[in-house]
Write a new protein. Sequence first.
Length: 294
Amino acid sequence: MEIDIEGFSVVGSRHHRFGGDLVADLWDVDCSAMAGGYYVSRDPRIFVLLETRSGPQGAFTMSEVGGRKLPDCGVRALHFIPAGMEMQTELTAVQGLRHLDLHFDAGTLSRRLGSRFDTTALSEPRFMLNDERLIQIAGLLAAELAAENPLHDLYGDGLINALLVGLLGVPPDEPRPRSKLADWQVRQVTGHIAAHSARRIPLEELAGLIGLSASYFSHAFKASTGLSPQQWQMNHRIERIKDELRNPTIPITTIAAQAGFADTAHFSRSFRRVTGMTPSRWRAANGIAPAAAT
């Protein structure tokens, strides 16, 4: 970075390199009555003004050399400055500044932000961004740089990534389609459910049939069938129970007990979730007169 400044006196500073490819500097400086300077960097950078110490007549302006001047730069804000953009600052009646500088290259951003990052964003300056969320993230990063006992680099790295994503407007990744089970896996699992429909089969047991973890199996089964393993089991149990309900001599209480439900109320709720009606109403709708009241 090429600089030509005057009127600044460094009170405190912290320097840290994250991931070997991104530099973060925290500066606390005193300013003379008419401080200012010229800055140009070969890499893109983010300048975050965290604090300004000035009187009522204090003024801090920034401008692109040969371009427009930005007024009121003494407020807390973030600025993204593209590589090679020549900037100059002028300060009047400002006693001090605390600011954060981040320097990185285009390759770093592509590696950190992934394929959804549009590199053309690196050629567009962004000034005076006062998004409170981003300012808070920058404040957390500054506090981490200033800490006597900083946390693992992963913490600062995460804050930097969050700052880059928010400031550069990186969209979220498109959701990847969930993997499905092979046809033979679906047949094996559903066949096992059919053969043991009188009991509730644990998810781990079903996943173990085809050598998958319970979590992966659950997502893949739903992607394949449109139902979770638990829903598939319950639907199959209810279909089997319908055959028994067609026999009017069997009381619903008996059917509930034989099907493994804790009580008739639980059976009724489960049956209704699948069919939209209680067992007794289902019987009535199908012209089946029960042998005993339910």
